[in-house]
Design a protein around this ligand. Structure first.
Ligand code: SF4
Ligand code: SF4
Length: 109
């Protein structure tokens, strides 16, 4: 793990291919944050991962996460920042994948 990792807020990690897993308690928190029922959130905003073992957030047609937005400062932001899934919160320190350094916009790798 990079000792000097510094996120540049490029948004690449919200655009690349793959599941954004959500756990059960995260589903409850995100649904509440979005002012929708858990049932509505599950039906319209999640899908099963290919291994059918987890739930994932959905993607937009262009492949980026449904919740990737432009923040007030003009940089990429997360529409569910206070309740974003653990996978998002823990990248890259506790959750990552083999070639993440090639994709992450951080220059301090
Ligand atoms: S939930 Fe937020 S932080 Fe996680 S991938 Fe989507 S936009 Fe990015
Ligand atoms: S890809 Fe890396 S630098 Fe870009 S927003 Fe994600 S963690 Fe930050």
């Amino acid at each position: 793990m990079p000792e000097k990792f510094s996120c540049k807020r490029c948004g690449a990690c919200c655009r690349w291919e793959g599941a954004v897993k959500v756990e059960s308690e995260e589903v409850d928190a995100i649904a509440a944050f979005l002012n929708m029922s858990v049932e509505e959130f599950l039906e319209h905003h999640t899908r099963l991962t290919p291994d059918r073992q987890h739930l994932s957030l959905l993607e937009k047609d262009n492949g980026e996460c449904e919740y990737l937005v432009t923040a007030p400062d003009g940089l990429p932001g997360c529409a569910i920042e206070p309740v974003k899934p653990r996978q998002c919160r823990e990248f890259p320190e506790k959750w990552n994948f083999p070639n993440w350094r090639e994709l992450c916009g951080s220059t301090e790798k």
